[in-house]
Design a protein around this ligand. Structure first.
Ligand code: PLP
Length: 452
């Protein structure tokens, strides 16, 4: 039985009867039904009616090498035939997670040389949270338990991930949040900078909210600060240049570990292997997933810095933590091939020196001048536009639904984007050329024009 035997309407009816979707209002879904994406090639996705859509979200920040890569299918096939699964528990492992760990240690910043695997970013952040608390206990400072995060952060949907995250809609308290997690303001200058405040000063002020939280809690009680280098799902909020150096200074001063969540930014998105490099951050843990396999297999890798790893290994005993699929051999085989492709095709250099700057300029010049746009921002191939009613005052439309409207118009014009409130966000595959940037801007501009 294959899906080709079913019409779109039949698939939608079955979907509605049996399938609970993530982050979806099912009452809304019942009306129009879900969009059925049935195949994809290069930078394009196709729905069940054969409509071609330029994918501005790389699936869900995942498909950095684009769709339809036979090499990745072959890597999975070969590994499945050889050894589809064996675990890495109890003094066993298999070759591909070993080789991938070495590759990741080579690519990661110099102080990061160990890897703990999972299947998702949420799992990796659960691991990171347990690990930093474990570390402080092993170091004889068990009171250091509090983790400071930011509002608008997204760190996953597991109980720990949701508790670490700070997006309003996650309502982690409702489900029973993990205790000892504190949230401070995000570096979101478009809405939070004071009149006349420079970008530089705003960045310092936002970072010092972290310092204040440390002082309020007492440094002896604070384990770590967690942050995405660029707040992604919370609206591609790009921090001022002054922000991360100040965060680093504060964490060093109070001996607070730095947990960097690169689930979105890892593996090339900002024009470097990791955004930690882009911002010069010295992380104690780096959470990665998504583009590690370009989404072709579910896999996460928590990259662990030497400071934590040496304590864990030398003083730790058994770390009571792990997932059946930690180091899944097929997912790791796909990741190795995916990293080889990114490297071989020079995708990161292209983002850094060509498509990234071109994307930022195109958004500013061709979209940023529109009456409905209050700001455009981009770094590498990651960008956002702010929808406003009034460019001068940055007043928003009542009800905050304009983002969804522009998103729907954009998709109808053949360009897939995502909305977060009144912000439209984009993170296309890294294989995009300047022609794809132009195509995206044409389609987005058309969507904006038709919204007026
Ligand atoms: N961290 C960040 C920054 C993310 O963007 C996401 C997912 O979008 C996650 C963690 C959670 O990853 P997953 O959905 O694979 O659990």
């Amino acid at each position: 039985m294959t899906y080709q035997n079913f019409s779109r309407a039949q698939l939608q009816a079955i979907d509605s009867a049996h399938h609970l979707h993530p982050f979806t209002d099912h009452k809304e879904l019942r009306g129009a039904g879900a969009r059925m994406i049935t195949r994809a090639e290069g930078p394009f996705i196709y729905d069940s009616e054969g409509t071609q859509i330029l994918d501005g979200m790389a699936g869900l920040w995942c498909v950095n090498v684009g769709y339809g890569r036979e090499e990745l299918a072959k890597a999975a096939y070969d590994q499945m035939k050889e050894l589809p699964f064996y675990n890495s528990f109890f003094r066993c492992t298999t070759p591909t997670p070993v080789l991938l760990a070495a590759k990741l240690a080579e690519l990661a910043p110099a102080n990061v040389n160990q890897v703990f695997y999972g299947s998702s970013g949420s799992e990796a952040n659960d691991t990171a949270l347990r690990l930093v608390r474990h570390y402080w206990a092993l170091e004889g400072k068990p009171t250091k338990r509090i983790v400071i995060s930011r509002k608008s952060a997204y760190h996953g949907s597991s109980i720990a991930g949701a508790s670490l995250g700070g997006m309003d809609g996650m309502h982690s308290q409702l489900y029973g949040a993990v205790p000892d997690i504190v949230h401070v303001m995000p570096p979101y200058s478009f809405e939070l900078a004071l009149p006349g405040e420079s970008d530089h000063d705003f960045g310092l002020r936002a970072a010092r909210a972290v310092e204040q939280a440390i002082l309020d809690a007492g440094a002896e009680n604070v384990a770590a600060f967690i942050g995405e280098p660029i707040l992604g799902a919370g609206g591609v909020k790009i921090p001022p240049a002054s922000y991360w150096p100040e965060i680093q200074r504060i964490c060093d001063k109070y001996d607070v570990l730095l947990m960097i969540d690169e689930v979105i930014t890892g593996y090339g998105r900002t024009g470097a292997w990791f955004a930690s490099e882009t911002y010069g951050i010295k992380a104690d843990t780096i959470t990665t997933a998504k583009a590690l396999t370009s989404g072709y297999q579910p896999l996460s890798a928590l990259l662990v810095g030497d400071r934590i790893a040496s304590t864990l290994v030398d003083k730790g005993g058994e770390f009571y933590h792990g997932y059946t699929y930690s180091g899944h051999p097929v997912a790791c085989a796909v990741a190795l091939k995916n990293l080889e492709i990114i490297d071989r095709e020079g995708l990161i250099d292209r983002v850094k020196n060509d498509t990234g700057p071109y994307f930022a300029a195109a958004l500013a010049e061709r979209i940023g001048t529109h009456d409905l746009i209050g700001e455009t921002r981009a770094i590498g191939l990651m960008g956002a536009i702010e929808i406003v009613k009034d460019r001068g005052t940055r007043e928003r439309f009542a009800g905050g639904a304009s983002g969804d409207k522009i998103r729907d118009l954009s998709i109808a014009n053949g360009f897939m984007v995502r909305s977060v409130g009144d912000t439209i966000i984009m993170a296309p595959p890294l294989i995009w050329t300047r022609e794809h940037v132009d195509m995206a801007c044409d389609r987005l501009a058309k969507a904006l024009d038709s919204a007026e």
